[in-house]
Structure formats: C-alpha cells, structure tokens
Design a protein around this ligand. Structure first.
Ligand SMILES: [Zn+2]
Length: 399
C-alpha cells in the first residue's frame, strides 16, 4: 500500500513538474484546439499528455501506475485528403447553386470521408451569403469568383471534414469580409482551417493524437509557397508539438497539359506557381509527415520520400458548375493514407471517384483515376519505393 501511495505521489509530481495534464481519451471523434495562435513561436516546449487506459479519476490513477505512465497511442492513423471543394456559388448569380441546397452533393462520398481519423480538403472559395468586395478581374474570361452560402459548410461537416485549407487562389475573392466570414463560419462548426496570413497554421486533437496543420499557396493573403525557409520554421515548430504534421499546398500550373511533376519552378499565365517538388521535400526534411497538394485541377503523381507521403495534386473533388470537368479534370480521388503514430508511411488506398458536369463526386466503377495515377507515378517517379496496384493500394515495393 505504501509503495502504491509513493508511486501515486510520484505520478502527480511528474505531471506537475512537466506541466502536463491527465486526459481521458474519448472513444468518440472529438476535436479540441491546443494552439491556434497566428504568431510563430520557434522553441515551444513539447507538451505531453498522460492518459490512463481505464480513465483519469484520482481513485483509478494509483492502479494505473502498475501498468506504467503513458499516453494511449494508436498503432495506425488514417488520414484522408481530397482536392478542390466548391459546393456552388451565388455569385455572379444564384443559378450556379446546386438543387436541394446541395445537400446530396457529397452523399456518395460521405461514408468514405467519415471513415478516417482526419479528413482534409481544399476549400476553393469564400463562405459568405452576400456582399463582400469582389476581386477586380483584368480578364473576365479567365476570372471566376466563388461565394458559397453559409449553409454549405454544414454539408462539409456532415460529410466528415475535420480540416480544410484556405490557402488558394479563391480565398480572397471577396476581400477581407470574405476571409473573415469564411473563418468564422468554419469555426462555428468546428472545422479546423489554416493557410491565410492571419491564420497560418492550427493544431488539434482527435482521439488523443495531436495533429499540426499548415497550408501554403502563391496567392496574396495566403502563406507563401515561395518562402521555403519561413515555411520550414512553421513545420519544425509544428513537429515539436504534434504527433503528425499535415502540410497542404495549392501550387503548380493548371490543366491536363500540366499533369507531370517537373521538379522545376512552374509558371502559369505569368504567375510563379512554385516548385512543388522542392517545396514538398523541404517540408518533409523540416518535419512534415503527410503532404496534400492541389491546384492543377488534375491529379499528379504520388511519391513516398524519406518514409513520408506526398500527393502532388489531388485534382478536383466537389466543384459544382463553373468548373471544367472534362477528361482528366473529372477525376476526383479520395486518398486515404495510413501512418504510424509518428506519421511514418505504412500504406495508402485510392478510392476512385469522378465528377460529371455540373459536378459532385460519384463512385467510378472503371477506376480511371487509379490507372491515371499508376501511369504518372511510373513516368515521374521511377525511383519511388512504393507502387500503386490496380485495386488502389500503395505499398512499399519489396525487393
Ligand atoms: Zn485554385
């Protein structure tokens, strides 16, 4: 009894000394903020959370000492990424909104999207019912502005999205009013978000695991994909306080002519769209674990570099009206990555979806996107240590 009491006191002392907290791991999918500051704090001490296997009441703590003080760590994490999401726009006119308020747009994808620890997508547009400051267009033929009504975000939540990127070329379509509204509405339904200069990154917990998330793009008002050194500092910081760091980027030229990873800086209509290959490798060297790229509106190859996963472009996912959905632009994969608790790649699965105009992901029985990705991976990354089979599994190649 005396030994037990001593161990109990030691446990409490250890917790107080390290500033840790004793937490219960919820079996349900919970989402809690740890650190959503916009300022970078380079040397934040790593925080830790002790969780007992049977609960966290004071009466049970002493019993837990016998089995050791540890956090309940999951063996395997599943992280889903999908590409561009724009559920319909009421600008320039409400004709571009889907029927039934868009509530069925994600119905076929929902069971897949909900079946993961973390589900990510790129929010390509602004969440705002009306008003805002529309972006000035030099060339109206090339200019599309996306303003989705607030109720659309309820559909994202319902479909299973936990975190979205706001670093893309449409986040600023309606000025600061649009940016503020987007963030406020996402916050109201507890969908995490990052990528704007006013909100570069976020951290959150799901089922006792700590995730860091940061997003980059070449567009004004977003975290720059060009400044690799600044990006690395954020990723290193997130790596010091998270189990898994997820990095999103919106980069590379657009369209079917640009489905290859060139490993060089890409320009599109005179705009520098970044060197997505070098950027991704730099982020992984700095501590990133999973990288989800998007922006080209077509899929690009997947690479595993230093045991970490990179998808160079997820393509479009749910882009209603106003989008070209022909040929490769129709492919809308759900990419599910399985990692160890520290983010190391285990395997991945591609679920083949496609969009038919005016849009909305549907299961693709012909599995076109798997075939497309197999071709791109063979051509662009012959040195890859992983391969994609016809069923959509990405696994290490055994020698
Ligand atoms: Zn875009």
């Amino acid at each position: 009894m005396q030994i037990k009491y001593c161990l109990f006191v030691c446990l409490i002392s250890a917790i107080l000394a390290t500033g840790c907290k004793v937490n219960r791991v919820s079996s349900s999918r919970s989402n809690q903020s740890i650190d959503s500051t916009s300022a970078l704090v380079p040397t934040l001490k790593q925080d830790s959370i002790f969780v007992t296997s049977k609960g966290d009441t004071l009466t049970s703590l002493d019993k837990e000492v016998a089995i050791g003080i540890k956090r309940l760590i999951k063996d395997t994490l599943s992280i889903i990424g999908v590409g561009d999401i724009m559920l319909g726009t009421n600008f320039p006119k409400p004709d571009y909104l889907p029927p039934d308020s868009g509530r069925f747009l994600l119905s076929e994808a929902q069971p897949f999207l909900r079946d993961a620890d973390v589900t990510f997508g790129n929010l390509e547009g602004v969440i705002l019912d009306d008003g805002g400051t529309p972006k000035h267009c030099k060339n109206p033929d090339l200019c599309y502005l996306f303003r989705s009504p607030k109720y659309m975000v309820g559909h994202l939540k319902e479909a299973g999205f936990d975190v979205v990127s706001t670093a893309n070329n449409h986040a600023g379509d309606f000025g600061d009013i649009g940016r503020m509204s987007t963030m406020k509405v996402l916050d109201s339904v507890y969908i995490r978000h990052a990528g704007l200069q006013t909100k570069p990154y976020d951290t959150f917990m799901i089922d006792g695991m700590k995730y860091g998330f940061v997003a980059f793009a070449p567009n004004s008002g977003t975290m720059s994909i060009h400044d690799h050194e600044a990006a690395k500092k954020i990723v290193t910081h997130l790596d010091s306080i998270s189990d898994v760091v997820i990095v999103s980027f919106h980069g590379g030229a657009e369209g079917k002519k640009y489905e290859h990873v060139t490993r060089e800086t890409e320009t599109f209509y005179g705009e520098n769209r970044g060197n997505v290959y070098q950027f991704s490798h730099d982020m992984i060297d700095a501590g990133a674990d999973v990288i989800f790229g998007h922006g080209p509106h077509v899929v690009r190859a997947i690479e595993v570099y230093n045991d970490r996963f990179i998808c160079y472009s997820l393509g479009n996912f749910c882009t209603y009206a106003r989008f070209n959905l022909k040929g490769p632009n129709s492919l809308a994969p759900i990419v599910k990555v399985f990692t160890k608790a520290d983010g190391q790649f285990l395997y991945a699965k591609i679920f083949p979806f496609l969009q038919i105009s005016p849009g909305g992901p549907q299961i693709d029985e012909s599995k076109s996107v798997i075939q497309k990705l197999r071709e791109l991976m063979t051509l662009d990354f012959p040195e890859n240590r992983v391969s994609l089979d016809e069923q959509g599994y990405i696994r290490y190649v055994t020698q």
